[in-house]
Design a protein around this ligand. Sequence first.
Ligand SMILES: [Zn+2]
Length: 492
Amino acid sequence: MRYLKQLSLFLLLGFLVGCTTPNLPQSGNEGATSALYERSFESNVPNVALLKLFFTQMPKGGDLHHHYSGSIYAETYLEWVKNKHWFIDTCTYKIVKNKGNDACKSVSVDELIANDTLYRKLLTLWSDKDFSNHSHDQLPPDSNFFNTFGYFSPISDQYMDVGLNLIKERALSENVSYIESMLARVGINSSDFFNTDEVKMFNNELRNATTQQEVNALLERINTVYERNQTFSTKVQNFVTELERRHQGIDTENFTMRYQTYAVRTLDPLQVYTDLLSGYKAALSSPLVVGVNIVAPENNTVAINDYTLHMRMFNYLMSKYPHVLHSLHAGELTIGMVEPKELLFHITQAQNIAKAERIGHGVDLPYEKNSIVLLQNLKTNNVAIEINLTSNEFILGVAGKDHPYSIYAAYGVPLVISTDDSGVSRNNLSHEYVLLASRYHPSYQTIKTYVYNSISYSFLTPKEKDALKKQLDQKFLTFEKEMSELAKILKF
Ligand SMILES: [Zn+2]
């Protein structure tokens, strides 16, 4: 109530001086919802339980930074291992297809779950579970995080149609209406098209190229090989056909899902380019593939050494296929993780060489050489930053006031809130909003802007965006009515 009195006084003063408060809803259910949200902050410690309820109910639009395999929980992967009658090696905690005879006993999923020590250990390796709440032998957090993919990769694409439905159900249960998932590589191996000497030669020449023109000339030569071999386009088409099959039944009146393909930045340059080119071709071939990305640890030695080359590959492909959109993981780094010189240019090059439509993470902003020019360029070019708070805290140890969120927000760079790998991190999109609110206390209007951004900056068509935004309008009316009723009942 104290807040409401302050709000009334504030509004009155605004009226008296002939201006309105730009960022606060004025009245009605929207105003009551905003006031309820503000009541979470009336004491020194935010009422996180109220924020959890609030954001679970709130329509959240889309999740634009979402990895398919990282979004499935370890428990689900174990169910799938069980369905396949596969086993878990109790020394490595990896999936094995047969019960081996070696010293490391392979156990069934039921046997594993019956042994609490083994089961809990597996969960720490297949996800971030319990990493920080008890003492055990542990890897550096970024290794723990990225290693999880190696554990569940044998099973992750085995039940993809089931997995997509599971992700959809989870999304609907927390009022998320759109997911843009980084699903998979197209899966074409460069070694099927080039012999060992050619692979070596192209990798060397690509790495030795020092200008965009030199890189373009090499990529043209590689294209020639792929374009004259029908197998390349057949494989792209097979990928698209399989995706369309798996996608059947996913889109409904209240839920839409689209996909990005990607390259893995730790692989050699010819393979990275092969993944990107095939990804672009898949996007040209199917409206379900709305963009291309580049993934894997940015601090990996190969990823670091080839960074500019990768940006030039995107530059080349972007000029060749301007209608295919791309979001790039860039600036998922911090001081101490790499040499200081590596912190100077990653977001900048993703913006000015690769011309990314969106940037994933963008955490190293404060260290970039011309960070103020970069901020201006991101804003002017309308490049959205995908904010992944849980992931950044775990992998980079960057949280709270250490995170550049508040700089981006205050500068007016467009932002979206996303999950990254909600299965590995064991979180959801609502929790990302809880973290955002409890750490930075943006206004309710600002939060709504981020929700609408998640549709506006998606890679959907303008018509699809309009339809989803209209749905959001309706969902917010319902939500704000509910919150306004709740505000009358809750007596804190
Ligand atoms: Zn990511």
